[in-house]
Design a protein around this ligand. Structure first.
Ligand code: PLP
Length: 232
């Protein structure tokens, strides 16, 4: 009826609908309220037009993993949709902090002291305070970003005390194993003992397990937008 600007839109609409009902079922199994699970649509590598389809569908929470790519796509979308919230879920280099703080609303990948200092300075100079998640390298994988689990308590305390950053939760990207629940459980424990109420974990392949282990933010790309086109 004229609303589809692209054949991709109807697929995104159906996917969003299907994902939401799966979240509801997973929440019910865990005796949690589905409204306590925030669905972040990860739109990396997706075209602005497809993202616009998700926004037209009423979706308001998005995540991207690259600053440069986000600067190409998001200023125009945010201009037209001021109630959209954009999370950075990819690694952040200190030389891109200024640009990231200008564009994003939430930083999910704070993982080292140098970045904490850079963010605190930039918040001061731009007069803003973005909510931050600390990324934990929950599977202790050498190739992955994040503070190690045994160093997490100290790093959280440093970010709070030394830099007065608004730390609201923890984030992880666990190893792809069938033991993913162990990793999710560990992240929940670290969050709980540090009185952090937000837990960002769970992607397209494992979000139902993450919901069972207390995820408050799940990050879904493929399940919403379909297979990612290769980055050009
Ligand atoms: C790409 C990405 C996702 C989404 O992955 P899917 O498997 O497509 O759901 C989630 N989190 C991060 C940090 C990502 O980079």
């Amino acid at each position: 009826m004229g609303i589809d600007k692209d054949k991709g839109w109807s697929e995104v609409r159906q996917n969003l609908c299907a994902v939401k009902s799966r979240i509801s079922e997973a929440a019910a199994v865990a005796t949690r309220s589905p409204s306590d699970v925030n669905l972040i649509a990860i739109s990396k590598a997706q075209k602005a037009n497809l993202i616009a389809g998700a926004i037209a569908e009423g979706h308001r929470l998005f995540g991207e993993n690259r600053v440069q790519e986000s600067e190409d796509k998001w200023p125009a979308l945010l201009e037209e949709n001021s109630d959209v919230e954009l999370h950075l879920v990819g690694p952040l280099q200190t030389n891109k902090v200024k640009r990231a703080v200008k564009l994003f609303h939430v930083i999910q990948t704070l993982d080292r002291r140098k970045l904490a200092r850079a963010l605190a300075r930039e918040f001061d100079s731009q007069g803003v305070q973005l909510d931050c998640f600390i990324q934990v390298n929950i599977g202790e994988e050498p190739q992955k970003m994040g503070v190690l689990p045994e160093a997490a308590d100290d790093f959280i305390a440093e970010c709070r005390k030394d830099f007065q950053l608004p730390i609201i939760g923890l984030m992880c990207i666990p190893p792809a194993t069938d033991q993913v629940g162990l990793h999710f459980g560990l992240l929940s424990e670290i969050a709980e003992r540090n009185e952090l109420t937000n837990i960002s974990m769970g992607m397209s392949a494992d979000f139902e397990i993450a919901v069972r282990f207390g995820a408050t933010h799940i990050r879904l790309g493929t399940a919403i937008f379909g297979v990612r086109p290769p980055l050009s």
